[in-house]
Design a binder for this molecule. Structure first.
Ligand SMILES: *[C@@H]1O[C@H](CO)[C@@H](O)[C@H](O)[C@H]1NC(C)=O
Ligand SMILES: *[C@@H]1O[C@H](CO)[C@@H](O)[C@H](O)[C@H]1NC(C)=O
Ligand SMILES: *[C@@H]1O[C@H](CO)[C@@H](O)[C@H](O)[C@H]1NC(C)=O
Ligand SMILES: *[C@@H]1O[C@H](CO)[C@@H](O)[C@H](O)[C@H]1NC(C)=O
Length: 386
């Protein structure tokens, strides 16, 4: 019986020891991983100040759509007033060949087409002629639906101006850009094959550029389809391409959504002289990170927010970063060792004080109690005689 108990005790004792060792090893591995993790991070804003590139240009994406209805003159004006140096717009060609600015396929969301042409409201925007399009109101929807909860902040005069906006033609937008010494980025939607301007979309757009009197070098066309015809004009591809494709197609600029533009990709493109524009950048932290990455421009719905970022947030030199990293590691190691020692010290003291409560004689007597009476008598005699 006793032997079996002993064996059991031994087994459970060694398995307890195994468990403790495993926990300790896991703990040390996690601790090491946490300490060394900064080696694996590549944050673009850990760099030396003198290698920081110039501030990325801000492109007003459909103007300043949070402050005024997208793709209208008021909105483009607002973007320029808020520090945008370039304007981005979605171009559609009307049935009579006038390029105008409309983001959706239909006119429903951003005009009152439902009231003016109720029977045709689901038609493609490019199937209307310019007279019809120009008769629509393109501002009331903004005041009514208040998509960014900003209408409250507008003055009465702003609301009046917004309320009477019409659909903007490409010529008017480019004229505004030319007057402000800015540039333009056009997202062109080619008309469908059954459209009368399906073949002449390029000449229609080029006509608008010439009529506006803006230098064609300041107007970037995207997507980069029909390269043969757009030859000589700046074009930007709006998809992620391999360096091989970029070389073959002679692309010098890329427009990418921020979710598709990683730091390493951007570095690679820049090293091959491909300028990168990142789109949908509305938050100061994202703007800061891209600034550190070296992108040449960002396209934003909120130029009024980005203009208030005077310098990248969190820019830190490598040596400062290393210093902070090492110091915090050392402090934390000291703390861990300190807590470990403190706890063990108390445990040992507690065990020792527990031991002291046992009287050696009591232990002997306790052991004796289990023996037979005869043995006990013999032992008592021995004790007395000794
Ligand atoms: C535009 O369409 C309307 C019919 O909706 C027509 O009366 C008008 O003449 C057209 N304008 C042009 C310039 O073609
Ligand atoms: C819109 O209103 C402003 C004044 O508030 C006026 O100057 C302008 O001509 C109006 N535009 C249109 C298209 O009615
Ligand atoms: C227009 O912008 C260019 C650079 O984009 C600059 O060199 C030039 O001086 C500017 N002109 C004026 C009148 O601001
Ligand atoms: C990029 O341009 C610079 C100067 O403009 C040139 O020295 C460099 O060789 C170019 N790099 C590549 C990969 O084409």
């Amino acid at each position: 019986m006793q032997k079996i108990k002993e064996v059991n005790l031994k087994v459970s004792y060694t398995s307890l020891l195994d468990f403790q060792v495993t926990v300790l090893v896991i703990y040390i591995i996690i601790l090491l991983a946490v300490y060394l993790a900064p080696l694996a991070f590549s944050c673009p804003c850990i760099m030396d100040r003198h290698t920081l590139r110039p501030r990325p240009d801000i492109i007003g994406r459909r103007g300043a759509p949070m402050l005024a209805p997208e793709n209208t003159i008021v909105s483009f004006n607002r973007a320029l007033q808020n520090g945008a140096s370039s304007l981005e717009a979605d171009v559609t060609i009307s049935v009579d060949g006038v390029p105008f600015l409309m983001r959706d396929r239909t006119l429903r969301r951003t005009t009152d087409v439902g009231k003016v042409f109720p029977a045709r409201q689901f038609e493609d925007a490019s199937l209307f002629n310019w007279t019809e399009i120009h008769s629509l109101n393109a501002g009331q929807w903004f005041l009514k639906s208040d998509p960014y909860w900003t209408v409250e902040t507008l003055t009465a005069r702003d609301r009046l101006r917004i309320g009477n906006q019409t659909v903007c033609s490409l010529v008017d937008m480019l004229r505004l850009a030319a007057r402000a010494n800015g540039s333009a980025l056009l997202d062109i939607r080619r008309p469908p094959p059954e459209h009368p301007r399906h073949r002449s979309w390029f000449m229609d757009t080029l006509w608008a550029v010439q009529k506006a009197g803006i230098s064609p070098k300041r107007v970037t066309w995207t997507p980069d389809t029909d390269r043969g015809r757009v030859r000589g004009l700046p074009q930007s591809a709006n998809e992620k391409l391999s360096l091989e494709e970029i070389r073959q197609r002679g692309i010098t600029s890329l427009t990418l959504h921020y979710s598709k533009a990683s730091h390493t990709d951007i570095q690679e493109y820049l090293a091959h002289n491909v300028s990168v524009t990142v789109s949908a950048v509305n938050a100061p932290w994202l703007y800061s990170v891209l600034w550190c990455s070296g992108v040449s421009s960002v396209s934003s719905d909120a130029p009024q927010v980005l203009r208030k970022v005077p310098y990248p947030i969190w820019l830190m030199s490598r040596s400062a970063y290393r210093f902070i990293w090492l110091t915090s590691d050392l402090v934390s190691i000291a703390l861990v060792i300190g807590i470990f020692c403190f706890q063990n010290y108390h445990m040992i003291r507690w065990k020792m004080s527990g031991m002291q409560n046992y009287n050696p004689e009591q232990i002997v007597l306790n052991a004796v109690a289990n023996r037979t009476n005869r043995d006990l008598n013999v032992m008592k005699e021995k004790l007395i005689f000794s």
